[in-house]
Design a protein around this ligand. Structure first.
Ligand SMILES: CC(C)(COP(=O)(O)OP(=O)(O)OC[C@H]1O[C@@H](n2cnc3c(N)ncnc32)[C@H](O)[C@@H]1OP(=O)(O)O)[C@@H](O)C(=O)NCCC(=O)NCCS
Length: 167
Protein backbone atom coordinates (compact mmCIF):
# COMPACT_ATOMS: atom_id res chain seq x y z
CA UNK A 1 0.00 0.00 0.00
CA UNK A 2 1.16 3.53 -0.70
CA UNK A 3 -0.46 6.73 0.50
CA UNK A 4 -0.63 7.71 -3.17
CA UNK A 5 -3.40 5.16 -3.64
CA UNK A 6 -6.76 6.83 -4.00
CA UNK A 7 -8.95 7.00 -0.93
CA UNK A 8 -12.32 5.37 -1.52
CA UNK A 9 -15.11 5.92 0.98
CA UNK A 10 -18.35 4.00 1.22
CA UNK A 11 -20.45 1.49 3.08
CA UNK A 12 -18.71 -1.22 5.08
CA UNK A 13 -19.09 -4.86 4.13
CA UNK A 14 -19.27 -7.83 6.49
CA UNK A 15 -15.65 -8.73 5.69
CA UNK A 16 -14.58 -5.29 7.00
CA UNK A 17 -15.76 -6.01 10.54
CA UNK A 18 -12.46 -7.53 11.59
CA UNK A 19 -10.62 -4.44 10.30
CA UNK A 20 -12.89 -2.15 12.31
CA UNK A 21 -11.94 -4.15 15.39
CA UNK A 22 -8.23 -3.89 14.53
CA UNK A 23 -8.37 -0.11 14.03
CA UNK A 24 -10.43 0.44 17.19
CA UNK A 25 -8.00 -1.64 19.28
CA UNK A 26 -4.94 0.08 17.77
CA UNK A 27 -6.37 3.52 18.60
CA UNK A 28 -5.79 2.83 22.31
CA UNK A 29 -8.48 5.44 22.94
CA UNK A 30 -11.77 3.83 21.99
CA UNK A 31 -13.74 1.34 24.04
CA UNK A 32 -13.09 -1.78 21.98
CA UNK A 33 -16.09 -3.96 21.20
CA UNK A 34 -15.84 -7.63 20.27
CA UNK A 35 -14.94 -8.76 16.75
CA UNK A 36 -18.43 -10.25 16.55
CA UNK A 37 -19.97 -6.85 17.40
CA UNK A 38 -18.09 -5.10 14.56
CA UNK A 39 -18.95 -7.85 12.05
CA UNK A 40 -22.60 -7.73 13.05
CA UNK A 41 -22.48 -3.92 12.82
CA UNK A 42 -21.18 -4.15 9.26
CA UNK A 43 -24.10 -6.38 8.37
CA UNK A 44 -26.93 -4.52 10.07
CA UNK A 45 -25.81 -0.88 10.19
CA UNK A 46 -23.83 -0.57 6.95
CA UNK A 47 -26.24 2.07 5.64
CA UNK A 48 -25.39 4.38 8.55
CA UNK A 49 -21.67 3.58 8.73
CA UNK A 50 -18.65 4.28 6.54
CA UNK A 51 -15.21 2.90 5.79
CA UNK A 52 -12.25 4.51 4.05
CA UNK A 53 -10.06 2.26 1.89
CA UNK A 54 -6.72 2.66 0.21
CA UNK A 55 -6.32 -0.21 -2.19
CA UNK A 56 -7.37 -3.33 -0.29
CA UNK A 57 -6.77 -1.79 3.11
CA UNK A 58 -9.37 -0.27 5.41
CA UNK A 59 -7.74 2.81 6.95
CA UNK A 60 -10.67 4.27 8.85
CA UNK A 61 -14.26 3.79 9.86
CA UNK A 62 -17.33 5.49 11.28
CA UNK A 63 -20.04 3.47 13.00
CA UNK A 64 -23.42 5.13 13.32
CA UNK A 65 -27.10 4.40 13.69
CA UNK A 66 -30.40 6.20 13.45
CA UNK A 67 -31.88 6.74 16.90
CA UNK A 68 -34.91 4.42 16.96
CA UNK A 69 -37.28 7.09 18.32
CA UNK A 70 -35.76 9.88 16.17
CA UNK A 71 -34.74 8.28 12.88
CA UNK A 72 -33.79 11.69 11.47
CA UNK A 73 -30.99 11.83 14.07
CA UNK A 74 -27.76 10.01 13.22
CA UNK A 75 -25.83 8.93 16.30
CA UNK A 76 -22.14 8.52 15.48
CA UNK A 77 -20.81 5.89 17.85
CA UNK A 78 -17.14 5.48 16.94
CA UNK A 79 -14.76 7.14 14.48
CA UNK A 80 -11.19 6.02 14.04
CA UNK A 81 -8.43 6.34 11.47
CA UNK A 82 -5.19 4.33 11.36
CA UNK A 83 -2.42 6.42 12.93
CA UNK A 84 -0.47 6.54 9.67
CA UNK A 85 -3.45 8.00 7.81
CA UNK A 86 -4.41 10.72 10.32
CA UNK A 87 -4.31 14.45 9.71
CA UNK A 88 -5.21 14.16 6.02
CA UNK A 89 -8.95 14.67 6.22
CA UNK A 90 -9.93 10.97 6.14
CA UNK A 91 -12.30 11.20 9.11
CA UNK A 92 -13.92 14.39 7.84
CA UNK A 93 -14.47 12.84 4.43
CA UNK A 94 -16.11 9.76 5.97
CA UNK A 95 -18.54 11.95 7.93
CA UNK A 96 -19.32 13.98 4.82
CA UNK A 97 -19.90 10.80 2.79
CA UNK A 98 -22.25 9.47 5.42
CA UNK A 99 -24.32 12.63 5.69
CA UNK A 100 -24.57 12.84 1.88
CA UNK A 101 -25.91 9.26 1.80
CA UNK A 102 -28.59 10.10 4.39
CA UNK A 103 -30.40 13.13 2.98
CA UNK A 104 -33.22 13.02 5.55
CA UNK A 105 -30.90 13.29 8.55
CA UNK A 106 -31.34 16.66 10.27
CA UNK A 107 -28.96 16.28 13.22
CA UNK A 108 -25.85 14.35 14.17
CA UNK A 109 -25.19 13.32 17.74
CA UNK A 110 -21.97 11.96 19.14
CA UNK A 111 -20.08 11.92 22.39
CA UNK A 112 -16.62 13.35 22.76
CA UNK A 113 -14.43 13.25 25.83
CA UNK A 114 -13.02 16.67 26.76
CA UNK A 115 -9.40 15.57 26.44
CA UNK A 116 -9.77 14.36 22.83
CA UNK A 117 -8.58 17.41 20.84
CA UNK A 118 -8.62 15.62 17.48
CA UNK A 119 -12.19 14.46 17.95
CA UNK A 120 -13.36 17.90 19.09
CA UNK A 121 -11.66 19.48 16.06
CA UNK A 122 -13.16 16.86 13.73
CA UNK A 123 -16.74 17.53 14.82
CA UNK A 124 -16.25 21.31 15.05
CA UNK A 125 -15.00 21.34 11.45
CA UNK A 126 -17.85 19.04 10.36
CA UNK A 127 -20.43 21.36 11.98
CA UNK A 128 -18.88 24.41 10.30
CA UNK A 129 -18.92 22.73 6.87
CA UNK A 130 -22.62 21.97 7.28
CA UNK A 131 -23.67 25.32 8.74
CA UNK A 132 -24.65 23.69 12.04
CA UNK A 133 -24.29 24.66 15.68
CA UNK A 134 -22.96 22.32 18.38
CA UNK A 135 -24.89 22.00 21.62
CA UNK A 136 -23.03 20.20 24.42
CA UNK A 137 -24.69 18.46 27.38
CA UNK A 138 -23.70 15.57 29.61
CA UNK A 139 -25.22 12.35 28.28
CA UNK A 140 -23.94 9.84 30.85
CA UNK A 141 -21.96 10.68 33.95
CA UNK A 142 -19.49 8.18 35.35
CA UNK A 143 -22.08 7.15 37.95
CA UNK A 144 -24.13 5.66 35.09
CA UNK A 145 -21.00 4.32 33.39
CA UNK A 146 -19.74 2.43 36.40
CA UNK A 147 -17.18 4.82 37.87
CA UNK A 148 -14.22 3.75 35.69
CA UNK A 149 -15.26 5.69 32.61
CA UNK A 150 -14.99 9.40 31.83
CA UNK A 151 -18.36 11.17 31.42
CA UNK A 152 -19.74 11.01 27.89
CA UNK A 153 -20.46 14.55 26.67
CA UNK A 154 -23.16 14.66 24.04
CA UNK A 155 -22.46 16.93 21.07
CA UNK A 156 -25.63 17.63 19.14
CA UNK A 157 -24.83 19.07 15.71
CA UNK A 158 -27.80 20.71 14.01
CA UNK A 159 -29.44 21.79 11.83
CA UNK A 160 -27.56 20.21 8.93
CA UNK A 161 -27.64 22.71 6.06
CA UNK A 162 -28.08 20.59 2.93
CA UNK A 163 -27.36 23.50 0.63
CA UNK A 164 -23.88 24.18 1.97
CA UNK A 165 -22.06 21.24 0.37
CA UNK A 166 -23.31 22.33 -3.05
CA UNK A 167 -22.27 25.97 -2.71
C1 LIG B 1 -10.23 11.60 15.76
C2 LIG B 1 -9.69 10.99 14.46
C3 LIG B 1 -10.73 9.98 13.95
C4 LIG B 1 -9.49 12.11 13.43
O1 LIG B 1 -9.12 11.50 12.19
P1 LIG B 1 -8.34 12.32 11.03
O2 LIG B 1 -8.57 11.62 9.75
O3 LIG B 1 -6.95 12.56 11.45
O4 LIG B 1 -9.15 13.71 11.06
P2 LIG B 1 -9.15 14.80 9.92
O5 LIG B 1 -7.81 14.78 9.22
O6 LIG B 1 -10.38 14.63 9.09
O7 LIG B 1 -9.20 16.14 10.76
C5 LIG B 1 -10.40 16.69 11.19
C6 LIG B 1 -10.12 18.01 11.89
O8 LIG B 1 -9.42 17.76 13.12
C7 LIG B 1 -8.17 18.44 13.16
N1 LIG B 1 -7.24 17.54 13.85
C8 LIG B 1 -6.86 16.31 13.43
N2 LIG B 1 -6.02 15.77 14.35
C9 LIG B 1 -5.88 16.70 15.33
C10 LIG B 1 -5.16 16.71 16.56
N3 LIG B 1 -4.40 15.66 16.94
N4 LIG B 1 -5.26 17.81 17.35
C11 LIG B 1 -6.04 18.87 16.99
N5 LIG B 1 -6.75 18.89 15.82
C12 LIG B 1 -6.67 17.82 15.02
C13 LIG B 1 -7.82 18.69 11.71
O9 LIG B 1 -6.98 19.81 11.55
C14 LIG B 1 -9.20 18.93 11.10
O10 LIG B 1 -9.65 20.23 11.34
P3 LIG B 1 -9.80 21.28 10.09
O11 LIG B 1 -10.75 20.61 9.12
O12 LIG B 1 -10.36 22.48 10.76
O13 LIG B 1 -8.41 21.40 9.56
C15 LIG B 1 -8.32 10.29 14.68
O14 LIG B 1 -7.44 11.20 15.34
C16 LIG B 1 -8.40 9.01 15.51
O15 LIG B 1 -8.63 7.92 14.97
N6 LIG B 1 -8.21 9.09 16.84
C17 LIG B 1 -8.28 7.92 17.71
C18 LIG B 1 -9.73 7.47 17.90
C19 LIG B 1 -10.61 8.58 18.43
O16 LIG B 1 -10.21 9.34 19.31
N7 LIG B 1 -11.85 8.69 17.88
C20 LIG B 1 -12.78 9.74 18.25
C21 LIG B 1 -13.59 9.37 19.43
S1 LIG B 1 -15.02 8.40 18.99
Amino acid sequence: MTTAERLVIGRPEIADGIELHRIAAASQVLDVNTRYAYVLWCRDFAATSAVARRGDNVVGFVTGYRRPERPDVLFVWQVAVDAAARGGGVAGRMLDDLIARLPDVTAVETTVTDDNAASRALFAAFAARHGAQIERTELFGNDVLGGQHAPEILHRISPIDRGMMQR
